[in-house]
Write a protein that binds this ligand. Sequence first.
Ligand code: ADP
Length: 331
Amino acid sequence: MTKSRRKWHAETKACANIALAKYWGKADIPLNLPAVPSISMTLDGLVTETRIRVDETLDADRVELDGREATASESKRVIALLDDIRRRAKRREFAHVVSRNRFPTAAGLASSASGFAALASAADHAYELGASDRVLSAIARQASASAARSIYGGFVELPAGKPGQKSLAAKPLFDADHWDLRIVVAQTAKGPKKVGSTEGMERSRETSPFYDAWVAKAPAITKRIRQALRKRDLDTLGAAMEQSTMAFHACAMTAEPSIFYWQPATLAAVHAVRQLRDEKGLSVWCTMDAGPHVKTLCHADDARKVRAALKKTEGVLSTLVAKPGPGVQTR
Ligand code: ADP
């Protein structure tokens, strides 16, 4: 039977996510399994749009990213995911992938999370695999652990993996409407980060004297965050998120050579957030990923004040506000 060509394409939107309980370190590099559990909030404002068309006439995959031909290393990661989907779907045809991040790529705003979540879902549709969200999450995780979480909306947990573990998927904890929180992002630098996450994690594992302590402590911090989310207790959640953030950055900073993701404006924004807490009594908390930007967590009602304070912080280039967002959407 000839398959209907109409189905061999798909368009997907996926949102990036911000880790409240941070992911830093791998338990198994080839299988891309995290050494620590993480919890994230999917962000409605930071979107990747991916189109895929399976094309029998192509003799190789074609990948476009942000309006240009993808580099060899970018294409390699995309093709590895497509190969996985093709293997599972027992299909051979190549595909044309066109993806656009509606926010800066590779700059510490989690483009790999939304990028690979979108790709997994789009490829699943285009190759007519029909995988469950759980399977898609496990497929996306192999490309980027944080992408496993972006399959789902709201608040999502990715457990730690064990070396050699066959499959590991994220699981949704609470829907987007569970809690009306906001993340205010303060962009503090332009351009891609100098040390990619994978390299930074490996260097931390191999050389930081704090790595083992971080891995040992992370499950307890994650548990506090999960419980605080359930109870909608922002003071407890925020304090635990800051501890998770500082612990992983301490680990990176004490690697050899040191990995330092912060800029002067990063620290300025952290202090601005503390000032809002100490002097204005706002429940506002900050976190930074493997990059210089500061993401602050607060109640929806406080987002305007937080944004105004960050806007006038020296070195902050731009700000944006995101609320809990949906999981992948494909058509
Ligand atoms: P970020 O903080 O943006 O996630 P990373 O260095 O962790 O930065 O990941 C960026 C990499 O993820 C890119 O270099 C590219 O290989 C991949 N990536 C980003 N966006 C997409 C996308 N839309 N589709 C496919 N791959 C993507």
